[in-house]
Ligand binder design. Structure first.
Ligand code: MN
Length: 137
């Protein structure tokens, strides 16, 4: 058994190449093989979001606090997401997630690396036009 102490793991800022705005990441686990599980608490400041990206085995987001946005597929309207919501993202599907323009947002992000160890495939930043589209009701 291992206890990973919070005191031994500092909060890290999300890489500017993969996020717009200020995003903070608290690693929960990057499991050792044969597990391929990864989990991170991601805290987005208002207006912050991921770039377009896809996960080889999909992703599960569990919303913890604030008001968020999720959008799957270019040209589709974002949806508002709230604490207690769980979002299931299929494998190899372009999407982005982040905070509402005027609210903090935090989620627990859970995914597995691919069978060959591949991780998230990152694309271009989400444009202001795509991000600011009125969310679907
Ligand atoms: Mn994702």
């Amino acid at each position: 058994m291992t206890v990973l102490r919070a005191s031994a793991r500092a909060t890290r800022q999300g890489a500017a190449a993969n996020f717009t705005g200020v995003v903070w990441q608290d690693e929960v686990v990057v499991a050792r093989p044969p597990s391929r599980m990864r989990a991170t608490v991601v805290s987005f400041t208002p207006g912050a979001r991921t770039a377009w990206h896809a996960h080889p085995v999909g992703q599960v987001l569990y919303c913890l606090s604030g008001v968020g946005r999720i959008s799957m597929g270019k040209g589709s309207r974002p949806q508002a997401i709230h604490p207690g919501d769980t979002v299931l993202i299929p494998p190899n599907t372009l999407h982005w997630h982040g905070a509402a323009p005027d609210r903090l947002f935090a989620h627990l992000a859970m995914s597995e690396s691919g069978e060959q160890g591949e991780g998230t495939a990152w694309g271009e930043p989400v444009s202001e036009e795509d991000y600011r589209a009125e969310p679907a009701p």
